[in-house]
Ligand binder design. Structure first.
Ligand SMILES: CCCCCCCCCCCCC/C=C/C(=O)SCCNC(=O)CCNC(=O)[C@H](O)C(C)(C)COP(=O)(O)OP(=O)(O)OC[C@H]1O[C@@H](n2cnc3c(N)ncnc32)[C@H](O)[C@@H]1OP(=O)(O)O
Length: 260
C-alpha cells in the first residue's frame, strides 16, 4: 500500500497521507512519498490548486517515534538527518507552491503533522480535530517551520505557551486563535475542504500566485526558520531527556526529565 497517493483531475491535485493504521505517523516511506508528491505537483503546470488530506481517524501524529527510536539508537545526531533530507524540503516545497493549498484535517494534527497543515494556505478542520506541537513532551524544541508559521498565525506569546506547555487544543479554539480558517461538522469537513479546493482550482490562478507571493514576502523567511530548527535538532537528539522521553512514549509511561 502506498504511504501517500497523488491524483490530479480538472486542475486539482489531491495528496493523501495513507498510513491510517499508524495514525499517519511520518516514517521514511511516508516522508519520501509526500516529498515526491510535492515535487511532482510543483513540476505539473496543469495543477491550479492542491488538497492535502489523510485517510483514517487522524490527519498526522508527526514523526513515527518507533522509527525514530531505532535511528536514535544508531546515532542521535544522524537521526536528525531526516530534518534536512525530508522535513525541511517538504514544508518549504509546500509553502513555495504557486497555487492555493488546502489542508483537510481530522483527528490528531500533531508535531510535524501540524507543520504540514500550516504549510498550506487554508486549513479546514473537522469539529473533532485537535492540534498540538508535542515537541517538548519528547525533549525537542520545534521543527517543520512551526517557529515561523505558528508565530505568523497566533503570535509569539501564544506560540511560546503552546510549545512550552505542550497543550492540545480543539478545533473551535484553533479557529478562535486564527490557527485555521474553517471548522466543519465531522461528517462534512472532507467535502467542505474539497469544495473549497475545487473552487480555487477554477479561480484566477495568476492572482492567487501573486497574493501568496506578496504575503510571503511581507513575512520573515520560512526557510530561515527551518534552518534554525534543523540546527537545534541534532544537539537535542543527543540529550538524555529526548532519548528517555521517546522510550517512555513507546513504553506508554510518563517520562522523567532531568534537564540534560
Ligand atoms: C532510515 C532512517 C530513519 C531515521 C528516522 C529518524 C527520525 C528522526 C526524527 C526527527 C525529529 C525531528 C522532526 C520531528 C517531528 C515531529 O513530529 S516530533 C513529534 C512527534 N509526535 C509526537 O510526539 C506525538 C506522540 N503522540 C501523542 O502525543 C498522542 O499519541 C496523540 C497524537 C496526542 C494522540 O493521543 P491519543 O488520541 O491519546 O492516542 P494514543 O493512544 O496516544 O495513540 C494512538 C496510537 O497511535 C500511536 N502513535 C501516536 N503518535 C505516534 C507517533 N508519533 N509515532 C508512533 N506511534 C504513534 C500510539 O502509540 C497508539 O498506538 P497503539 O498503542 O498501537 O494504539
Amino acid at each position: 500500500m502506498d504511504s501517500a497517493t497523488l491524483t490530479v483531475t480538472d486542475g486539482l491535485a489531491v495528496l493523501t497521507l495513507n498510513r491510517p493504521q499508524a495514525a499517519n505517523a511520518l516514517d521514511l516511506s511516508l516522508k519520501t512519498a509526500l516529498l515526491d508528491g510535492v515535487r511532482s505537483i510543483a513540476a505539473d503546470d496543469t495543477v491550479r490548486a492542491v488538497l492535502i488530506r489523510a485517510e483514517g481517524r487522524n490527519f498526522c501524529v508527526g514523526q513515527d517515534l518507533g522509527e525514530h527510536a531505532a535511528a536514535l539508537g544508531r546515532s542521535p545526531e544522524r537521526s536528525m538527518d531526516t530534518v534536512a533530507e525530508h522535513y525541511n524540503p517538504l514544508i518549504s516545497g509546500i509553502a513555495a507552491l504557486e497555487v492555493p493549498v488546502v489542508a483537510a484535517v481530522q483527528g490528531a494534527c500533531v508535531g510535524a503533522g501540524l507543520g504540514l497543515a500550516l504549510a498550506a494556505d487554508v486549513v479546514v478542520a473537522s469539529e473533532g480535530a485537535t492540534f498540538a506541537t508535542a515537541f517538548t513532551a519528547i525533549g525537542l524544541a520545534s521543527d517543520s517551520g512551526l517557529t515561523r508559521t505558528l508565530v505568523d498565525a497566533i503570535g509569539a506569546v501564544r506560540t511560546r505557551a503552546f510549545i512550552l506547555l505542550g497543550t492540545k487544543i480543539p478545533a473551535a479554539q484553533a479557529l478562535d486563535w486564527g490557527l485555521i480558517a474553517q471548522v466543519a461538522p465531522d461528517d462534512e469537513h472532507a467535502a467542505t475542504a474539497e469544495k473549497i479546493a475545487r473552487r480555487l482550482a477554477g479561480g484566477p490562478t495568476a492572482a492567487f500566485a501573486a497574493a501568496k507571493s506578496l504575503i510571503a514576502e511581507s513575512l520573515p523567511s520560512l526557510d530561515d526558520a527551518l534552518e534554525r530548527e534543523r540546527a537545534s535538532a541534532g544537539p537535542l537528539a543527543a540529550t538524555a531527556d529526548h532519548r528517555g522521553a521517546v522510550e517512555a512514549f513507546l513504553a506508554k509511561r510518563r517520562p522523567e526529565f532531568t534537564g540534560r
